[in-house]
Design a protein around this ligand. Structure first.
Ligand code: IMP
Length: 421
C-alpha cells in the first residue's frame, strides 16, 4: 500500500513547506516529521494570523489530523513543551492529536552548550548553526550514546542523564574554558531545571512504538511525511560540510519513521521561484547587489527560527534538477512566485562554469560560477501570464519533465494556483 506521500524542500530550506503541508493536510490522516529538530521553522498563515512551528508537525491546525514525531527527529523537551503550551493557549489540544516515537533522540542542555563550543572553535569556518543542539545530538545518536524519549519512562533515566551530561562537560572543557553561554536567554543551570520539568510533562503525552504508524498505514490511512530544512542541507547530498546533521531527502523517510520503502507514493518537491540560503556555505546564484536586497525585502527573507537575514539569488536549475533526482520528485510546487512581481526581468541558471561548462552537480560548489539567463516577467494574478507559463515550462523541462502541481502566489492559505491535483 503506497499510503505515504512525502513533502520536502529542494533548496537550502525555507521553501515555504509549512504553508504547503497545511494546504495538503486535509487529504491526509497523519502528518509526520521524520528528521531534524527545532532548527526548522515552518510558517503557516491563515485568517490574518501567523504561526511558526519548530517541532510539532504542521497538521496540528487541522481538526482530526494526527501528528507524528518520528524516531528520526531530535527533540528539545523545553522547546516542544513551550510550543504545546502556545497551541493550547490558542484553543488547540495538541495532546489529543500528537504522537511521539519512543525512539526519537533527546537534545540535552549540554548538547546545546557543545553546539556553541564547537561552532566557536571553528573560527572562520563556522557553518552558521542555529545552535539548537542538532549536530551534537545526532553525533551521540550515531555514536550510540544518545538518550531517547522512551528512556524517560525508566527509573534509571536521571542517572543516564547526569552521566551523559558529565561526558559533554568534559568534552567542552577539553576545548577550552566553558563560555558563559546562554540558551534561549537562560543560563545552563536554569535551562536544565526547565528541561527536567519538561521531561515530566512529556510523560503525559502519547509516546508510541513502531506499530502505531504502521498500524495507521495498515488500516488504509494516508500519511504525509513532512520534511524539514532542504535537500542542499542533507548530510550526504548537500553542500557538505555546510549542512545539517540529518538526511533531509526522501530516503530519510523510511529510516526516520520506521516504514518500508514500498509504502512511499508521491514525492512533492517544494522550491521557491528564486533561491535563498541562511547560514554559511556556497550558493552559486547568490546576488550581492540591490536585486538580491530587493528579493530579501520583498520576500521578507528573514529566518523563522533565528531571525537572521537570508542570502538571496535567482533560481538554480542545475541544483534543482539534482534535487529532483536524489528525491525522486513526482510533483513540483513553486512558492513565492509573487515576489518576482516587482521585477521586469528575472534570472535563471541552467549552467555552471568551472573552467568548462557543466549542467551536473559537482562535489563542491565553492569555485562554481553560475551562468544566468534573463527572462521577461509580468505580475502573476489568479491566472498565469505568458511570462510565468514560459518560466514554469523551463523549470519543468529542465527537471526532466517533472510536472508542476501548484504555484503559491502569496502568504495566505488560499493564495495558490493549482495546475493538477
Ligand atoms: P544546524 O542544523 O542548526 O546545526 O544548522 C546547520 C546549517 O543548516 C546552518 O547553515 C543553518 O542555517 C542551516 N539550517 C538548519 N535548519 C534550517 C532551516 O530550517 N532552514 C534553513 N536553514 C537551516
Amino acid at each position: 500500500m503506497k499510503n505515504v506521500d512525502v513533502l520536502l524542500g529542494l533548496q537550502w530550506g525555507d521553501e515555504g513547506k509549512g504553508k504547503v503541508v497545511d494546504y495538503l493536510a486535509p487529504k491526509y490522516d497523519v502528518v509526520a516529521r521524520f528528521q531534524g529538530g527545532a532548527n526548522a521553522g515552518h510558517t503557516i498563515e491563515f485568517g490574518g494570523h501567523k504561526f511558526v512551528l519548530h517541532i510539532i508537525p504542521s497538521g496540528i491546525f487541522r481538526e482530526g489530523t494526527k501528528n507524528f514525531i518520528g524516531n528520526g527527529v531530535v527533540i528539545d523537551p523545553v522547546i516542544m513543551m513551550k510550543e504545546i503550551e502556545e497551541l493550547t493557549n490558542m484553543g488547540i489540544d495538541p495532546k489529543k492529536n500528537l504522537f511521539i516515537s519512543q525512539r526519537a533522540n533527546l537534545i540535552l542542555p549540554s548538547h546545546r552548550l557543545l553546539d556553541a563550543v564547537y561552532e566557536q572553535s571553528k573560527g572562520n569556518a563556522k557553518i552558521g548553526s542555529t545552535l539548537k543542539g542538532i549536530g551534537p545530538t545526532y553525533t551521540d545518536k550515531i555514536a550510540r550514546n544518545g538518550l531517547r524519549i522512551g528512556d524517560i519512562l525508566y527509573p534509571n533515566f536521571e542517572k543516564k542523564y547526569y552521566g551523559l551530561k558529565s561526558v559533554h562537560m568534559n568534552t567542552a572543557l577539553s576545548l577550552g574554558p566553558i563560555p558563559d553561554c546562554r540558551i534561549d536567554g537562560y543560563s545552563i543551570s536554569e535551562y536544565e531545571t526547565l528541561w527536567l520539568q519538561a521531561i515530566e510533562n512529556i510523560k503525559e503525552l502519547n509516546i508510541v512504538d513502531e506499530y502505531w504508524l504502521n498500524g495507521c498505514i495498515k488500516k488504509g490511512e494516508k500519511v504525509l511525511a513532512e520534511g524539514a530544512q532542504g535537500t542542499m542541507l542533507d548530510v550526504d547530498f548537500g553542500t557538505y560540510p555546510f549542512v545539517t546533521s540529518s538526511n533531509t531527502i526522501s530516503g530519510g523517510v523510511c529510516t526516520g519513521l520506521g516504514i518500508p520503502p514500498s509504502a512511499i507514493g508521491r514525492v512533492f518537491g517544494i522550491t521557491k521561484a528564486y533561491c535563498t540560503r541562511v547560514g554559511a556555505g556556497p550558493f552559486p546564484t547568490e546576488l550581492y547587489d540591490e536585486t538580491g536586497q530587493a528579493l530579501q525585502k520583498i520576500g521578507n527573507e528573514f529566518g523563522a527560527t533565528t531571525g537572521r537575514p537570508r542570502r538571496c539569488g535567482w533560481i538554480d536549475l542545475v541544483q534543482l534538477r539534482y534535487a529532483c533526482m536524489v528525491n525522486g520528485v513526482t510533483d513540483l510546487i513553486i512558492t513565492k512566485a509573487d515576489v518576482l512581481d516587482s521585477f521586469q526581468e528575472i534570472g535563471v541558471c541552467k549552467t555552471y562554469c568551472v573552467g568548462e561548462f557543466i549542467e551536473d552537480m559537482p562535489l563542491y560548489l565553492d569555485d562554481v560560477e553560475a551562468i544566468i539567463e534573463k527572462l521577461p516577467w509580468s505580475p502573476i494574478k489568479k491566472d498565469l501570464p505568458k511570462t510565468a507559463i514560459n518560466f514554469m515550462n523551463i523549470i519543468s523541462n529542465f527537471c526532466n519533465n517533472t510536472p508542476i502541481m501548484a504555484i503559491s502566489t502569496g502568504a495566505d492559505r488560499d493564495d495558490m494556483v493549482i495546475l493538477h491535483e
